[in-house]
Design a protein around this ligand. Sequence first.
Ligand SMILES: Cc1cc2nc3c(=O)[nH]c(=O)nc-3n(C[C@H](O)[C@H](O)[C@H](O)COP(=O)(O)OP(=O)(O)OC[C@H]3O[C@@H](n4cnc5c(N)ncnc54)[C@H](O)[C@@H]3O)c2cc1C
Length: 374
Amino acid sequence: MQPSAPETATKGTATGRHEVIVVGGGQAGLAIGYFLAQQGRDFKILEAEPEPAAAWRQRWDSLKLFTPVRHSSLPGFAFPGDPGSYPTRDHVVEYLTDYARHFDLPVELNSRVRSLRRTDGAYLIETDDRSYEADQVVVATGPFQVPFVPAIADQLAQGVVHLHSTSYRAPADIPQGRVLVVGGGNTGFQIAEELSASREVHLAIGSRQTPLPQRILGRDIFWYLDATGLIRKPRESRVGRRLEGRDTLIGSRPRKLRRRHGVALHPRAVGASGSTVTFDDGASVEFEAVIWATGFRPDHSWIDAEIFDDRGRVAHRRGVTAATGLYVLGLSWQHTRGSALIGWVGDDARYLAEHINAFQSHTSDAPAVPQPVA
Ligand SMILES: Cc1cc2nc3c(=O)[nH]c(=O)nc-3n(C[C@H](O)[C@H](O)[C@H](O)COP(=O)(O)OP(=O)(O)OC[C@H]3O[C@@H](n4cnc5c(N)ncnc54)[C@H](O)[C@@H]3O)c2cc1C
């Protein structure tokens, strides 16, 4: 990824006007960037962090994707490697970095957007030291934004090491002794399994997720989801409505974790005092360390636009909001189960790019000429 030289100007003065600004340079931001480049659009991708693939860098060292190489490509540039193998975290970081470089996407690193609002006839987008105007804006700041830690964490004694899963990298970071992982999703299961090789591990599962095997009859589960069309079923469809909200645990099972890896299972952690954590069934256990694999909360507080529902969530239809020219991309179930996955986010990006093109062609006298980028 090649960060352009920041344009200099005082805050509040737009340094440049672009047809489109994309906020967030993860896989969703890059995927829409690919289509915008194809259209020959004048655009920029503003990325908060100093390095590309920032969200993946914040995940643990041994992370392997649950989507195989075959289903881990963004549009126009195949993920390298054996299609049936599973990429590591570092492979994804390398792939996303190469992707931006390959298409020469205009990513500006160190550019956290602090505010977005409508001014006369344009959107004003402000970072700490720059501001831009744009006809259209795509918010691609991720399905997982602010790490969420339950309030009971405050009741743990100071001596108990406790951290959110985004701060966990490897077993060596965690003191020896009994450790509790809180959270029954893929992250909680994988971290519990990794730690169980070197210490006594307990896992608190607040709500059970539906376990799916990684492979069936020699084929990956995503092969079936793709071949049957399930991964692309719209959330409004009958199947989509049934699948949405039902989180899936891929390749792990509570029983396997207990029997094969000796992890003690508990229901939801409901209280803490000193080094003791209490569970929903009344049991209490003392721990040396706790890892909160308890997910994330969205943060769109920097957006000043009429796009939120009464629960504060972005209201949209396939990423198109009620504010003309303002879009979201990469949200979980934005349109389908695949919306927040690397291999399918391109579908939603293509759809939004068509909207952007139609809008821009409508407002400009000279529609953009599509240019080959591959
Ligand atoms: C542990 C874990 C494992 C996963 N495994 C898989 C898998 O195996 N296969 C798969 O397909 N998916 C997987 N996912 C889901 C998904 O692919 C990832 O979450 C992916 O990172 C989402 O990409 P994104 O571009 O939408 O968001 P992100 O990767 O979160 O990127 C958003 C970017 O926006 C930037 N940003 C945020 N706010 C601002 C701002 N105000 N201004 C500027 N920039 C900003 C961030 O720095 C970040 O770089 C996994 C997710 C997790 C958490």
